[in-house]
Design a protein around this ligand. Structure first.
Ligand code: FES
Ligand SMILES: [Fe+2]
Length: 378
């Protein structure tokens, strides 16, 4: 592929024009992103409490790749490519489960929780068949900031090197993370390019200026202090609420337990976001997994401490699921349409000198990371 496809004229920060529109629908660029970014990235797997017992597992798919993350009998969490080593059948078809062994539905090859091949019917008839050579293929796995992540690329740098400071920042916001549990999970497929979703979620320029729920959000955020801050491969967006606020979502603040007083979106490149809404007893995930040039799978998870849901938490979930979220999705859909217009290619980021709450420098930063990954990939 020629490098011209990745050209991005006028991308210098102060006067930057936006990433050319083909980046949001061209199948060749999407294919390059797959290889240069997603097959090499750390992906969110689960909270360790989701697979607390030996044999509990979750499955996460990234394009045509599928990974099983499972707790072993020794208490260790491991990840494996979700494929039988006999003739390549997809081993597990469920999203979650609890097993003693993994048994392939085709010819019943059976794998232990450590990936070892335990049984392979009739193979005693084979000459020189060595079971130890046909275990499941391991995938890199790490604990980071309270959660489990995996990487399909064997030589990936450790997360602490790629995201320096991100773990400490997160744990400071959420010191109780190890006791939290998955409360609910919702998946959605949105017919837009994955970057349209990320772009929308990492700028507050639209917060005062778009739909009614966004304006409500603007009513409680302190726009003097809620800044997008770029930190290399990770970035944050958020800050405190307005001083003197006594209610959020119609519920009094501070009467019930909560996680943090800060509104915060914590992002890892390329597309993992964990976020906090102040005074709610929640940490939420917003996982963006592309499935095609113009289609993206989005997974929302709510993690809570082991106690009854507070009123402000329920009100916040209703507000996000029924208000803020749909408003953003509608904007994403109309942006995707607009990006394909013959009448648009590059616009202009609104990046101000103060790098204010409304400045779009984080969008530019994110686009630079994408562009850099594509142009440096061999
Ligand atoms: S493909 Fe799995 S046992 Fe044959
Ligand atoms: Fe929004």
């Amino acid at each position: 592929m020629t490098q011209e496809i990745f050209d991005w004229p006028n991308r210098e920060l102060e006067a930057a024009q936006t990433l050319p529109s083909r980046y949001f629908f061209d199948p060749a660029i999407f294919d390059a992103e797959k290889r240069a970014i997603f097959y090499k990235a750390w992906h969110f797997a689960c909270h360790p409490n989701e697979i607390e017992e030996p044999g509990q597992f979750v499955v996460v798919d990234i394009f045509d790749q599928s990974v099983i993350i499972v707790r072993g009998r020794d208490g260790e969490i491991r990840a494996f490519h979700n494929v039988c080593q006999h003739r390549g059948n997809r081993l597990v078809t469920e999203r979650r489960g609890h097993v003693r062994t993994f048994v392939c539905a085709y010819h019943a090859w059976t794998y232990g929780l450590g990936g070892e091949l335990r049984g392979a019917p009739r193979t005693e008839r084979l000459e020189g068949f060595d079971k130890s050579k046909f275990g499941l293929k391991a995938v890199r796995v790490e604990y980071f900031a309270g959660f489990v992540y995996f990487n399909l690329y064997e030589d990936a740098a450790p997360m602490t090197n790629l995201f320096p400071g991100a773990e400490a920042y997160f744990l400071d916001l959420c010191p109780d993370i190890k006791d939290m549990r998955l409360d609910s999970e919702e998946d959605m497929v949105v017919p837009v390019n994955w970057k349209v979703i990320v772009d929308n979620a990492i700028e507050s320029y639209h917060v005062m200026l778009s739909g009614p729920c966004h304006k409500e959000l603007a009513d409680f955020l302190d726009f003097e202090k809620d800044l997008p801050i770029c930190r290399g491969n990770w970035w944050t967006l958020g800050g405190p609420v307005k001083p003197g606020l006594d209610k959020m979502f119609g519920v009094p603040i501070g009467d019930e337990p909560y996680q943090t007083e800060t509104y915060m979106n914590w992002w890892l490149f390329p597309a993992t976001c964990l976020y906090f809404v102040p005074y709610t007893d929640l940490v939420s995930t917003f996982l963006i997994i592309p499935t095609g040039p113009e289609e993206t799978f989005v997974r929302f998870g709510y993690y809570t401490p082991n106690r009854p849901e507070t009123k402000i938490t329920s009100a916040c979930k209703d507000w996000m699921n029924g208000g803020l979220g749909p408003e953003d999705i509608e904007l994403n859909l109309t942006v995707q349409k607009g990006l394909k217009s013959f009448g648009f290619d590059q616009g202009r980021y609104m990046i101000d000198a103060e790098r204010s709450a409304e400045s779009e420098h984080a969008v530019h930063h994110f686009h630079n990371l994408v562009h850099g990954a594509l142009t440096s990939h061999q």
